[in-house]
Design a protein around this ligand. Structure first.
Ligand SMILES: C[S@@+](CC[C@H](N)C(=O)[O-])C[C@H]1O[C@@H](n2cnc3c(N)ncnc32)[C@H](O)[C@@H]1O
Length: 357
């Protein structure tokens, strides 16, 4: 099921390392084919379709995911003849086509929030001879008319779990989703099994990064107003962690800090030599913290303002994580209650919510 059948004439290659995007037009046949066959994500829409032209827009809002990630998620989904699947986030329709090819089109329903994206995916699926149902709706509601499903696969980043996905899956069914906190843009792929009591539990498999569900994107610009003058009224103290201790993209330290410091976003401004400034912003109050790393490998000078001591919370969680042996993401797991409330655990769901210290 060639990916190229599902791509528009114009897309943007996305370099995961640098974050750079480059336009590729079908008029350049070789470049277009090469990109279509490459193991890279391809952005197919910017700014919910409000953007035009070849220059990249502000926010990528639809894409064809990286083929190796698509393949790994299909393996994780563990489908076989007759398995009934709900996909949330149709995008180009390529993943729905792969599922429909394997399971029969009548066993696949895919929900997409963007009308223009829905139309392109329907056209491509039809041209490929696969009549999987593509529904134009908010995938947070799932798609009740097609339930129950054996599998629910979400191909957009989730910050708040939808109770509908759990309710529409059969007991014993699987919900596979990239989930994370607002601490960073990265997600961890979680594979939940739905129990008879309506709860779903399962391990995180590995780090990934998806564009977020439309209503769950974080507007990073909002933090500009948090610190009208620096350092203002902030308390100043000495930290005990080095910049490297905070982790990096796709590293467990960063993910675990997000689990243990809820409702907090962080922004890293590194200089490249182990120094730099890291900002922490509370999503509810105007609390903020800034850690200034002036010497490579040395602890920071820390500024904290507002009722929440965000840096102290981060230090506490990462100190706990070091004390328990720096477990990887795949030793953590998630329990989702029937109302969508989540808590993370380490190794064993029966141990209950983590206290992080
Ligand atoms: C990474 S793309 C999906 C890639 C796709 N599965 C493929 O094979 O090309 C994420 C998609 O999720 C869609 N999306 C975002 N929020 C959504 C929502 N609430 N419900 C349904 N789709 C949503 C976006 O419009 C975008 O097309």
């Amino acid at each position: 099921m060639p990916r190229s059948l599902f791509l528009p004439d114009l897309f943007w290659t996305h370099d995961m390392a640098t974050g750079r995007n480059a336009a590729v037009d079908r008029e350049d046949v070789d470049a277009w084919e090469r990109a279509a066959c490459s193991n890279i994500p391809l952005v197919t829409q910017w700014d919910d379709g409000r953007h035009s032209g070849t220059a990249p827009g502000a926010v990528p809002t639809s894409s064809s995911s990286m083929p190796s990630v698509v393949a790994a998620m299909l393996r994780d989904l563990d489908v076989r003849e007759g398995t009934r699947v709900l996909e949330v986030g149709t995008g180009t329709g390529w993943n729905a086509a792969l599922l429909a090819h394997r399971l029969g089109a009548s066993n696949v329903v895919s929900v997409e929030i963007d009308g223009a994206v829905v139309e392109s995916a329907r056209t491509a699926l039809k041209a490929a001879g696969l009549d999987a149902e593509v529904v134009h709706a908010d995938g947070r509601d799932g798609w009740a008319p097609g339930a129950p499903y054996d599998r629910v696969v979400v191909t957009a980043g989730v910050r708040e779990f939808s109770p509908h996905w759990l309710r529409q899956a059969r007991p014993g069914g699987v919900v596979l989703a990239p989930w994370g906190t607002h601490y960073s843009d990265q997600d961890a792929l979680v594979r939940l099994t739905v129990a008879e009591d309506g709860h779903a539990r399962g391990p995180f498999l590995r780090m990934v990064e998806f564009m977020k569900l439309r209503a769950q994107r974080l507007d990073w610009n909002r933090f500009r107003e948090y610190v009208p003058s620096f350092p203002g009224d902030a308390d100043v103290s000495a930290g005990s962690l080095a910049l490297a201790d905070l982790g990096d993209r796709y590293r467990a330290a960063r993910f675990v800090a997000g689990l243990g410091v809820p409702d907090c976003a962080h922004v890293v401004n590194p200089t490249g030599d182990g120094t730099g400034r890291v900002w922490f912003f509370d999503l509810a109050s105007r609390s903020w913290a800034a850690a200034e790393f002036r010497e490579p490998g040395a602890p920071a000078l820390v500024y904290q303002s507002g009722p929440r001591r965000l840096w102290a919370e981060v230090e506490r969680v990462l100190t706990w994580w070091a004390e328990v042996g720096r477990p990887g993401v795949d030793r953590f797991g998630l329990t989702v209650a029937p109302d969508g409330a989540t808590h993370a655990w380490l190794d064993d769901p029966a141990t209950g919510p983590l206290a992080f210290g």
